[in-house]
Design a protein around this ligand. Structure first.
Ligand code: HSE
Length: 440
């Protein structure tokens, strides 16, 4: 029997006696900034602390309604001496300049801005060090799943060498919708935009650029590797069709917007783009805007962190947790959780130019004016060291007759050579996407 009268609810009202009150300034009052303000107002004194939003930076104060004072002057906000500055502007500038000036003054900063962290983490963390304060960015990658801090605090779990992830909610949502029968790509994208998952310019989601920025943050945070977005071989989901997803299902898997990196062997191999994910791999179970990361540590079996990857409300919750942690870290002079997980001298600041994943199975689509005999395709592929594992019949429900293949693992260069030779010999259009291993 439950003894309910022993359960004491914490008083959520802002007037709760002895509540810690934090004065928080917001940079940006768009989808994320306004969600932070709403959640802070709704949460009162709990959980953790009362957050008073003392002001928000906006481009224009004209005809805006907000639950806090708005200003167009960043300096005014920073000089008002907030307990924490929350950066929700997006993009590199002017966010970088304002965040730098706050950190130099010793003001803790919380950011969900993957572009900013991917491009300026070193400079910002150095400024935080000088200012004796902290920079938190838990919401920058898989906004609703607090795993960066967890791995940062836990050297054994965090000693990872390989990650397989879905890092973009918009594209996972689009592919999930197409698989479930959405009429077309544009309808699914419009739905993702309506739900607040997509970037202001959704091309950044669709092209893979958003996930590549997040992968750069992870390479730095978990691997101590300095990579840039242009180092990551990246492709978008724009070419994926519903028949591709149906064929992937026939082969016992699905197509997901994957971010992959492996740095077990010196420098990293990495890619961002659609990939075949077998049904036995946990990333295949992520639907809608959910994201996940499978972390391969030196000391533990693989661990999956998964949950909501996008959306203003989940991002706001993670930001407010960061706000509370940031003030605790600053008051205890323990800023370590703001640093990359493995900033040990032997692994820090290694420059890295990731290569595309080298040896894997490939999911292949062939479109041809006239169907090609399967045996001839298999023979030609075999002459390049590429062995066909599965194949479909030719479909005529597509613009051109189309077939799909799944190969056994082979080098990317062999797959490329085999497909080029087939295209030259037959005039077919060949597309290929890598596969993740089974995940067992
Ligand atoms: N546009 C991003 C996504 C938002 O869809 O994942 C969260 O970073």
């Amino acid at each position: 029997m439950l003894v309910c009268d022993r359960i004491v609810r914490r008083d959520p009202s802002p007037a709760a006696e002895g509540a810690v009150r934090l004065r928080v300034a917001l940079l940006g009052y768009g989808q994320v900034g306004s969600a932070v303000a709403r959640l802070a107002a709704r949460s009162g004194a709990g959980p953790g602390a009362a957050v008073d939003i003392i002001g928000a930076l906006v481009r224009s104060t004209a005809s805006r309604s907000a639950c806090c004072p708005l200003t167009t002057e960043a300096a005014t906000l920073v000089e008002s001496g907030p307990d924490v500055l929350v950066e929700a502007l997006g993009g590199a500038e002017p966010a970088r300049q304002i965040v730098l000036s706050a950190l130099e003054r010793g003001i803790p900063v919380v950011s969900a801005n993957k572009t900013l962290i991917a491009t300026h983490a070193d400079e910002l963390l150095a400024a935080a060090e000088r200012g004796g304060t902290t920079l938190r960015y838990e919401a920058a990658v898989i906004a609703g799943v607090p795993f960066l801090g967890t791995l940062g605090r836990r050297p054994y779990a965090g000693a990872c060498r390989r990650i397989e992830a879905v890092l973009n909610g918009t594209t996972n949502f689009i592919l999930s919708e197409l698989e479930a029968g959405a009429p077309d790509f544009a309808t699914a994208l419009a739905d993702a935009q309506r739900r607040g998952y997509a970037e202001p310019n959704p091309a950044k989601d669709v092209s893979g650029a958003d996930a590549a920025e997040k992968l750069v943050v992870l390479l730095r945070h978990l691997g101590g590797l300095n990579a840039t977005v242009s180092d990551i071989p990246t492709s978008g989901i724009g070419g994926i069709t519903r028949p591709d997803l149906v064929s992937a299902r026939d082969f016992g898997g699905t197509l997901k917007p994957v971010a992959f990196a492996d740095w077990s062997d010196g420098c990293a191999t990495a890619f961002v783009g659609p990939a075949f994910v077998p049904a036995t791999h946990p990333l295949s179970t992520l639907h809608g805007a959910d994201n996940g990361i499978r972390v391969y540590s030196e000391h533990l079996p693989p661990v999956l962190f998964a949950g909501a990857g996008a959306g203003p409300d989940v991002t706001a919750a993670t930001i407010l947790d960061d706000v509370i942690e940031a003030t605790e870290a600053t008051s205890s002079a323990n800023h370590s959780a703001s640093r990359p997980a493995f900033a040990s001298p032997d692994r820090r600041d290694r420059d890295c130019r990731p290569q595309a994943a080298r040896r894997t199975s490939w999911f292949v689509r062939l479109e041809s004016k006239d169907p090609l005999p399967a045996a001839e395709i298999a023979d030609l592929f075999a002459s390049y060291g590429v062995w066909v594992h599965r194949t479909t019949d030719w479909s005529r429900r597509t613009a051109l007759p189309t077939t799909w293949l799944l190969t056994h693992p082979c080098a990317g260069t062999s797959a490329h050579a085999a497909l080029s030779a087939l295209s030259s010999a037959t005039g077919c259009i060949a597309s290929r996407w890598p596969s993740l291993e089974s995940g067992r």
